[in-house]
Design a protein around this ligand. Sequence first.
Ligand code: BGC
Length: 724
Amino acid sequence: MKRISFFTIILSGLIACTSQPKQANDPDARDQAKIDSLISQMTLDEKIGMLHGNSKFTSAGVERLGIPELHMSDGPHGVREEISRDSWAAAGWTNDSCTYFPTGTALAATWNPELAKQGGTALGEEARWRGKDVLLGPGINIMRTPLNGRNFEYMGEDPYLVSQMCVPLIQGIQSGDVAACIKHYLGNNQETDRGTVNVEMSERALREIYLPGFKAAVEKGGVYTVMGAYNKFRGLWCCENPYLMTDILREEMNFKGLVMSDWAAVHTTTESAQAGLDLEMGTDSAYNRYYFADKLLKAVQEGKVSEEVINEKVRHILWVMLKTKTMDSLRAKGSFTTPEHSQAAYNVAKESIVLLKNDNQLLPIHLENVKTIAVIGDNATRKHAAGGNSSGLKTKYEITQLAGLQNRLGNSVTLNVVQGYAKESELTWDKGLIVKEDKARQAKLRKEAVQVAAKSDVAIVFAGINHDYDVEGYDRPDMNLPYGQEELIQEVAKVNPRTIVVFTAGSPLDLSRINDQVPAMLWAWYNGSEGGNALADVLLGKVNPSGKMPFTIPVSLSDSPAHALGNFPGKELTVKYEEDILVGYRWYDTKNIKPLYPFGHGLSYATFEYADVQTNKAEYRQDETIKVQVKIKNTGNVDGAETVQLYVSDPECSVVRPAKELKAFKKVFLKSGEEQVIELNVNVSDLGFWNEGRQKFDVEPGKFDLHVSASAGDIRLSKEIMVR
Ligand code: BGC
């Protein structure tokens, strides 16, 4: 008999001690072991069952192994009404009326990542309470054109702002044991022909403009799921695009989670499977006829797709299930429409509202000398939650802009409510926007409104658009204010010098013909359940506005990059992003086109003084961080908040660079008279450009200018530094 030495016993004990606790202590290893074990017990049929929808918003589990169905829901700014399993009809639940949170552009306009976390946490809790595993949001496509129907769902035109806001939002959502789903990956920047259009952009535009938000979501936000877009990217559908789904997402970003298709965005079986898509959703056929159902099974049987590829897909889904504790009794239960959720919606709304202009400090409204306010316009009473298509919500409540004023004013002031203009549009899913203009009716409503405005102390026009225009599936025909609102606003302003215009919209409007005629203008977004209350608080000065525009408002549509170059919506189903990296303010600044309101613009009832900008050094190495300090003082009579923005220019570079780019920002809250030194940090490595030749980011040594600014159009202090 072979003798086992004492040494061998000790050694094997040691090995056992080091290997066992490793798995016990390392959650990743434990998860992988569990996933391996589950996969090893599954039949091929069961695996394939997990890779395609088995209802409108679920994919199958494997009951005998304790793997549940995966439940998904739109998204992004609330948990959508429950849909029937097999049709788009409402399921008829009576307990699915959610909290409506401000939409993406509104959230971005707060420039406050803590609020994104707060709103996201509330959203995640609501999704969990409703039994969801994946909330289909946030949407973070870059605003390339003012006309994109879905701009309101997204977070504006700047990749840095998008990244800073989506990371805490994702972390908030996922803290509730529910996965966020970043969408739409990639280049779904227009709704026109979204299902067929081919997007051509340079690698540089991809890396500098369209990818950073997704990269931040994966690498910093730890997002669990990604949704592939409808369109083609460089000739291949996004959902069968190995460059996007495998090379970039898996290999470069090390994404471990699940890639699902947008609803009915899959066109092939083998190509999509090989390219890296995990889950097919929403295809318009019987579930077994999905590309990832019987056809995928056949492809495996015929050896076109290996079972290892299938296992990988299952692995990604199970990984998300473990991360969200789907099979764990300790999973968070969530909560629904709580006072805390309303408060979170209010907090976002109140910091999102942008004061565009405020001549003679017309705002806030001082009630001492106001007995009557004319309330004019369809948006005063319109509820928006249900609109927009897939992001539309059945909400527990939505405070309209009029209701907000009524709530806050009680009987102290007489509100003279008058329609002013009528919504003359209708949106149909098949034909899109239908506008039936009736000039005579417009004139009559206008006349009435002008009379009421003339005899009121203050006139507020609740203007803008609605979800007939800001909507999934269709881009806007133009940037104009519809329904004769321009004339209405002009005439009201003529008879009442205290005219305030409030815009509800999620994308830029042409304000060029009213801007000079109106003393005060606010941008109020689609601002969630508490939107009306937040707006009233801003109008009445209980809240000092602190929102800043997440996009530029150009003077006219033809000033904007894609339109100036005739690159929207493309030709013969191809759209070439010829403006390249010059998107949003990068274009206007570089081309010296003065916008009406620049990116990052937003006033306050206070004023802020910027002084003493300093950097910690004058010269930096490539691996260092630039620390910029600046003193900000509230020189106004009221407490307020300022978002200090740091833009950087690279004046000497071998390639064209935007005149300046946002690289840091900080929102600082200051009491009247208070001053604070704030610090903004920028890694030198983030100052680079995508070098097409070397296929990497490069920072060319030389001088860089740092601009401490109140908006992209309002540089307050500059400082030069050198990079070695
Ligand atoms: C939209 C997605 C949405 C999905 C499910 C699609 O039409 O593009 O954003 O999540 O439908 O409703």
